[in-house]
Design a protein. Sequence first.
Length: 137
Amino acid sequence: MINLMFTFFTTNEANSALPDVIKKYEYSLAKNAEVKKIEQELQISVSTTNSFESYVTLKQKLNSAITKFYESVEILENTGVVVKSIEQGLLDFPAKRFDEEIWLCWKYGETEIKFWHEKDSGFMGRKPLEVSDDSLV
């Protein structure tokens, strides 16, 4: 799956893409949880007297879960967002403010895009969007 299109988002475009993005993010989150669960099973398997057969089977199950997780991230990023952290639920939408490239940022649980930050500052550098921020391209 190759995303052939790069796009800058306006706040409105980011907000209208959000329901689909959230659905795809939640799918990635679930796939990530599966990986963690199988990793734990594998740890238990190593420390108990389980047979090689059950260990190898679990290992193959883990490989498959990891593949599905990365595929889910690819599907999510094909919407145009960039995943900053699956665990923390941080996603950024590329945008422009005047001539400067910026990130519109979203955290899991937020119902709309309310913040942005500069290219080189992360979540801690979040600034609230102005209500009528028409400087955003």
